[in-house]
Write a protein that binds this ligand. Structure first.
Ligand code: NCD
Length: 320
């Protein structure tokens, strides 16, 4: 496959409307707020998700080339709650195993009158490549390599806003394997667009961010300094599947230096919230007492994932 540059510009039409969701770079504050406000309206006052007919007669295909529990299932639920037909393409048993080229599979699925494709792939830029070469459908990036995970960042922003409505005054700490985290990259972008200026990245030397990609963030090696008086802590998993063997830290040592424990959480503001995109590895990046503690909003993030994904799909359906 010829590699296209990873470029989000094709996600907007000439009128600036969203026609794919590939990444958050290039989207305005208004674009993000439209999605968050729509997601909010899909949750009733008791916290239950509403149903909608917005995707009636439409078909959505989930293509997950990497494992997923939260993202895949919440995309599926979101599509069903918006009245779409959903297929989860069985990639392990598909013609790709008979060496069919990915784009031939995509054209074949499009011929089945699929309107939207949700794609997760280990290669950064794969959803962008598909969007470039397949007309008349909407592509949603459900995580591409280490590049971006836009719906995760949007559900994180919705979750933050439910507790702390003013992004401009926030101190947000992102702790862990920043290097390999598409979630961190999209979250930094979302926070910056929404006006947060105090963004702290806490990681050991080998897992820190690439300064060429993310400007205007503060980097810390010392977790005790980085957590001081922050409002939001986003914990990341050690993404070993993306590391070479020699770089994988010893889990106990990692927990000793960077694990979020009750003692470390006490360095943040009293009402700080703890987030994690999941899957969590207890005793590696987070202690159970924190993951299950009353400052954790980890499961609320999961529920918000449905509302945000419904909102994005409904906006794309309108612009298709
Ligand atoms: C994240 C991902 O896949 O990027 N998980 C998720 O989508 N909820 C983070 C991770 O795998 O650690």
């Amino acid at each position: 496959m010829k590699k296209d540059p990873i470029n989000n510009h094709i996600q907007l039409n000439d009128s600036g409307q969203l026609i794919h969701l590939l990444g958050l770079e290039g989207l305005s504050k208004e674009h993000l707020l439209e999605i968050l406000d729509k997601a909010d309206k899909l949750i009733d006052k008791d916290g239950n998700l509403k149903k909608s007919k917005a995707l009636d007669d439409m078909s959505v295909a989930n293509l997950f080339f990497e494992p997923s529990t939260r993202t895949r299932n919440t995309f599926e639920i979101a599509a069903m709650r918006s009245s779409a037909n959903v297929i989860n393409v069985d990639l392990a048993n598909s013609a790709l195993k008979k060496n069919e080229a990915l784009m031939d599979t995509m054209h074949t699925l499009k011929a089945m009158q699929i309107d939207m494709f949700v794609i997760r792939h280990k290669q950064s830029g794969m959803p962008h490549h598909v969007a470039h070469h397949l007309d008349g459908v909407a592509i949603l990036n459900a995580g591409d390599g280490t590049n971006a995970h836009p719906t995760q960042a949007l559900l994180d922003m919705l979750s933050i806003r439910q507790h702390k409505p003013n992004f401009e005054n926030l101190s947000v700490a992102i702790v862990g394997d920043v290097t390999h985290s598409r979630v961190a990259h999209s979250n930094i972008q979302a926070l910056k667009t929404l006006g947060t200026t105090d963004i702290r990245l806490i990681a050991p030397e080998g897992l820190q961010h690439d300064s060429a990609r993310c400007e205007a963030v503060a980097c810390f090696n010392d977790i005790n300094k980085g957590l001081k008086d922050c409002d939001v802590i986003i914990v990341l998993r050690l993404q070993k599947e993306r590391m070479i063997e020699a770089d994988i830290p010893n889990e106990q040592e990692y927990f000793d230096h960077y694990g979020l424990t009750t003692e470390r959480l006490a360095l943040a503001k009293k009402d700080a919230i703890v987030m994690h995109p999941g899957p969590i590895n207890r005793g590696v990046e987070i202690d159970s007492s924190v993951a299950d503690g009353n400052q954790s909003i980890i499961l609320q993030q999961v529920t918000n994932g449905i509302a945000v994904r419904m909102a994005v799909m409904q906006i794309l359906a309108k612009n298709l």
